[in-house]
Design a protein around this ligand. Structure first.
Ligand code: TTP
Ligand code: MN
Ligand code: MN
Ligand code: MN
Length: 397
């Protein structure tokens, strides 16, 4: 039945966290169809059942990406736990049999879905705002722009910037742009704290050649970071060079109630290892940060936000996430912020089901013994979970 004689369905079903999925997997058509339905239900959901549907399609798509062979016969899909025996299996079967699924094409071209996709591509906008905009009769990004001043989000700083720089922020960030920015930020951080350890995380670490943002993780000993407030200091340095368009502090793995726009760290919150700083940064169109830094940005200051976005400028806006972690948290932050999201879901569920552990980007907590499990490397984390190590590029669920 399977072209790969070593493929063992029972083993495949037994432990989802043991699977691997590379970007260049063998079942792109099926995965694309299932991912579209996932996106449809996660953007357009009305009920809790719809949200569960989105998760079920995410699991089904991940399973297909993990198959070590190209599915050529629908019987090869039978019995795969995460495909179930209903909706997802039906769609996958249609794709294998005819390369086409009527349902997927209808959803792909669904007018409401298309508007929701456009709205959710605005930085700061999710399904609930998209729903409101749609109900108000808005359909396109142009509609939003025209009526932006009347929208109740027009005072939301993040969404205003998201709208103004809509085109820039939706143009994929290329690996070379990400690398240049990463090098620039790392050099800055090392000047502030020479012992800092940094890594490029997120999609680029998983091997993607483009992405929607650059994710940078910083690690420092707890004592030193308390002295320096490192990622806040890095943000300050970038700002002094005139490179920051917008930024916001936000908690990782916690409530979002502490967001502060473009302001210094609140007094007393020295523990910025819990923090993420979301930034919109200027990326020099000629690739030379140093020349951009020397420029006088005073004329930009006199332009309105939308005017600035429309004007000819020697830079494009890009999204950067700075994530802070202490040395003790570092491997956990690496895993959590490398993702992808579905891989994280699966690891966390497995940790809970198999050991009653709670896994997050800040650590692994044993709820029976009431203790945190120490780790120095990502491999230690996999060892704690009694899982084979998976390279970042094998985590593309
Ligand atoms: P993202 O930057 O949102 O996604 P990505 O880097 O995987 O993909 P893209 O190329 O589109 O940028 O997040 C990076 C990883 O961090 C993501 O794979 C999972 C994790 N993550 C969380 O754990 N919690 C969060 O709130 C977010 C936003 C991401
Ligand atoms: Mn990313
Ligand atoms: Mn990110
Ligand atoms: Mn010091």
């Amino acid at each position: 039945l399977y072209p790969d004689p070593d493929f063992d369905l029972n083993k495949f079903n037994e432990c989802v966290a043991e699977r691997r999925a590379v970007l260049d997997h063998q079942n792109k058509d099926i995965a694309e169809a299932l991912d579209l339905l996932r996106e449809y239900w996660s953007l357009c959901h009305q009920t809790v059942t719809d949200e569960r549907r989105a998760l079920a399609f995410a699991r089904a798509a991940a399973a297909v990406k993990c198959l070590p062979f190209k599915v050529t016969n629908p019987r090869q899909l039978k019995g795969i736990k995460d495909l179930g025996d209903g909706h997802a299996l039906r769609v996958a079967t249609q794709i294998v049999e005819s390369g086409h699924s009527q349902e997927v094409e209808e959803k792909r071209n669904d007018k409401k879905f298309l508007s929701f996709q456009i709205f959710c591509k605005v930085f700061g906008v999710g399904p609930s705002i998209a729903k409101k905009w749609y109900a108000m009769g808005l359909r396109t990004a142009e509609d939003v722009k025209k009526r932006f001043d009347q929208l109740d989000v027009s005072k939301d700083n993040m969404i205003s910037y998201g709208m103004a720089f809509y085109d820039d922020l939706n143009r994929p960030l290329q690996l070379v742009e990400a690398e240049n920015t990463y090098k620039h930020i790392t050099a800055l951080a090392q000047r502030i704290l020479p012992s800092v350890v940094t890594s490029m995380i997120g999609g680029f670490r998983r091997g993607k050649s483009s992405g929607h943002d650059l994710d940078v993780l910083f690690s420092y000993p707890e004592r030193e970071h308390n002295e320096h407030g490192l990622i806040a200091a890095v943000r300050e340095e970038l700002d002094k060079k005139g490179l920051v368009v917008w930024s916001r502090y936000s908690r990782a793995d916690g409530p979002r109630g502490v967001e502060i726009d473009s302001s210094p760290l609140p007094a007393g919150s020295a523990k910025d290892h819990l923090l993420v700083i979301m930034i919109i940064l200027k990326y020099p169109l000629d690739g030379h940060f140093d020349q951009l830094e020397r420029r006088d940005f005073s004329t930009e200051k006199n332009l309105g936000l939308f005017q600035l976005a429309d004007s000819a400028r020697p830079w494009r806006a890009i999204r950067v996430d700075l994530v802070g972690s202490t040395t003790a948290q570092y491997p956990y932050a690496q895993i959590g912020w490398t993702g992808n999201k579905q891989y994280n879901r699966c690891l966390r569920q497995y940790a809970k089901d198999a050991f009653n552990y709670s896994l997050s980007s800040t650590g692994l907590y044993d709820k029976r013994q009431h203790r945190w499990l120490p780790a120095q490397t990502e491999r230690d984390v996999f060892d704690h979970l009694k899982l084979s190590y998976r390279e970042p590029w094998e985590r593309n669920f």
